[in-house]
Write a protein that binds this ligand. Structure first.
Ligand SMILES: Cc1cc2nc3c(=O)[nH]c(=O)nc-3n(C[C@H](O)[C@H](O)[C@H](O)COP(=O)(O)O)c2cc1C
Length: 403
C-alpha cells in the first residue's frame, strides 16, 4: 500500500499549480459530478442518476447530513494522525470502502476491473457487485493485498446463490454482503422514461455468464426452447447470449425471501455475512438474532423506495439497537470527509462511497478511482484533525450536535 497523508496531497496539488497543472479530478465534487454526467451516454446518465419516483430519497440522503453539525475542539495536539481502522477483521487505511455499483462498463470499458485497479494501491476495500461487468475472480486478482467483499443478490436458484458464494470464498473475498432492498427493481422513473435497462443488452451480468451453474441453466433453457439447435453452430452462440440476458431477468431476484432463508446462506459459507439495506431498528435486531456478522444501513442511494428515510437519519436508532454486538456500516449520500466524520460520530464503523467513484471512473479510469479515494481520505484526515481527533476511536457523539 502506498503511504499517503493529506498534507502530501495538498502540497503536491499546490506545487503542481505553480507549473499550471490542475488536479486530475476536481475536489469540488459537484463539479466532478456535472462533468461526469456530461461525458456519459444517455442510458448511463439515467441509470447512474437513477432515483426512484421523484428522487426525494436521493435528496433526503444529502439534506439530512446537514442536520448534524461538527463542533471542533481546539488545542488537542493532532500532530500524529491515524485514519486507519479495522472492521470485520479487515484492516482499512481509512474508515470507508467502495460500494458495490453494478454495470460500471457503461462508463468505462474496463468497468469494475478498473475500479479494482484504482482501489488496489490505496488499502481501501471494494465490494464487488453481483451485477459486475467483469467476473469477481479477475477483480480479486487486480486488488492485490487490498481487501474485497462480494455483494450478493438472492437469486431464485439456490444452487446459483451457493455457487456465487463459493466463488467469492475461493477468490479471497473477506465477506458476503447480502443486499436485501432489491427483491424487486424500484420504480426508476428516469430509466423508464427512456425505456432503458442495461441488463437486457447483456451488460452487468458477468458474474452470471462466468458461472458454471448459470451456464448450465442457460443450456437447459435452450434445450427446451430450441431442441434441434446444434451446440457447435454460430446460431447457438447468438441464442446463448440472448438466453443469458432473458434468464438473468427471470432469476436474479427473489421476493419470497424471508429471515429464515438466511440459514441457507449461513450453511454455505464461513465468511462473515453483512446485511445491506437495513433501515429499521427492529430489522437490525433481527439481523443480530439470526447470527449475522454485520449491518449495512443503506437505502441503495435512493434507487428503491421514494420518500424513504435517509440512511444518516436511520443510523442512530440502529446503532442503539445493535449495542455494539456487530459492526454497523452505512452508505447513501457520502460526499466528503465531513459526512464520513458525522456517520462515525453517530456510531457507524465505516461508510461506503457510492456514485462518486463512478464519476471518477468516468472521467479518469482507474487513476481517477485512486484519486477520488485519495481526496476523500485527505478530506477526512483534515476534518478529523481540525475537529480535535487524532484517530477514529476519538470520534464520538460528543463531536457533533443536531441542529
Ligand atoms: C448505478 C448504481 C448501481 C448500483 N448497483 C448496486 C448493486 O449492484 N448492488 C448493490 O447492493 N447496490 C448497488 N447500488 C447501491 C450502492 O451500493 C450504494 O448503496 C449507493 O450508491 C449509495 O448511494 P450514493 O451513491 O448516493 O452515495 C448501486 C448504485 C448505483 C448508483
Amino acid at each position: 500500500m502506498e503511504k499517503f497523508t493529506a498534507q502530501d496531497y495538498q502540497m503536491k496539488t499546490y506545487g503542481e499549480g505553480l507549473q499550471g497543472k490542475r488536479p486530475l479530478l476536481s475536489p469540488l465534487w459537484n463539479k466532478m459530478e456535472e462533468d461526469a454526467y456530461a461525458k456519459m451516454e444517455e442510458g448511463a446518465r439515467s441509470y447512474i442518476h437513477g432515483g426512484a419516483g421523484l428522487s426525494h430519497t436521493v435528496d433526503n440522503n444529502r439534506n439530512d447530513f446537514n442536520k448534524y453539525r461538527i463542533v471542533p475542539r481546539m488545542l488537542k495536539n493532532v500532530e500524529l494522525r491515524d485514519t486507519s481502522t479495522r472492521v470485520l477483521g479487515v484492516d482499512m487505511s481509512a474508515p470507508f470502502f467502495l460500494c458495490p455499483v453494478g454495470v460500471a462498463e457503461m462508463v468505462h470499458p474496463e468497468g469494475d476491473l478498473a475500479i479494482a485497479k484504482g482501489a488496489a494501491p490505496t488499502g481501501i476495500p471494494y465490494i464487488f457487485s453481483n451485477q459486475g461487468s467483469f467476473p469477481m475472480e479477475s477483480c480479486a486478482a487486480a486488488m492485490g493485498e487490498t481487501p474485497h467483499f462480494f455483494q450478493l443478490y438472492w437469486s431464485k436458484s439456490r444452487a446459483l446463490v451457493s455457487s456465487f458464494v463459493k466463488r467469492a470464498e475461493a477468490c479471497g473475498s473477506r465477506g458476503i454482503v447480502l443486499t436485501l432492498d432489491t427483491t424487486l427493481l424500484g420504480w426508476r422513473t428516469g430509466d423508464m422514461d427512456i425505456a432503458y435497462l442495461p441488463f437486457l443488452l447483456g451488460k452487468g451480468i458477468a458474474q452470471y455468464t462466468s458461472d458454471p451453474v448459470f451456464r448450465g441453466l442457460v443450456e437447459d433453457e435452450i434445450a427446451l426452447e430450441h431442441p434441434d439447435l446444434d451446440k457447435k453452430s454460430p446460431k447457438y452462440k447468438e441464442v446463448f447470449g440472448q438466453t443469458c440476458a432473458i434468464l438473468f431477468t427471470k432469476i436474479y431476484n427473489n421476493s419470497t425471501t424471508t429471515w429464515d432463508d438466511l440459514a441457507f446462506l449461513r450453511d454455505q459459507t464461513s465468511l462473515p455475512i453483512i446485511l445491506k439495506g437495513i433501515l429499521h431498528k427492529d430489522d437490525a435486531k433481527l439481523a443480530v438474532k439470526y447470527g449475522m456478522d454485520g449491518i449495512y444501513v443503506s437505502n441503495h442511494g435512493g434507487r428503491q423506495v421514494d420518500g424513504s428515510i435517509s440512511s444518516i437519519a436511520a443510523l442512530p436508532k440502529i446503532v442503539k439497537a445493535v449495542k455494539k454486538k456487530i459492526p454497523v456500516l452505512m452508505d447513501s449520500g457520502i460526499r466528503g470527509g465531513a459526512d464520513v466524520f458525522k456517520a462515525l460520530a453517530l456510531g457507524a464503523d465505516a461508510v461506503g462511497l457510492g456514485r462518486p467513484h463512478i464519476f471518477a471512473l468516468t472521467l479518469a479510469g482507474a487513476e481517477g478511482v485512486t484519486e477520488v479515494i485519495r481526496q476523500l481520505q485527505a478530506d477526512f484526515e483534515l476534518t478529523m484533525a481540525l475537529s480535535g481527533c487524532k484517530n477514529v476511536t476519538e470520534i464520538n457523539r460528543a463531536c457533533i450536535v443536531k441542529s
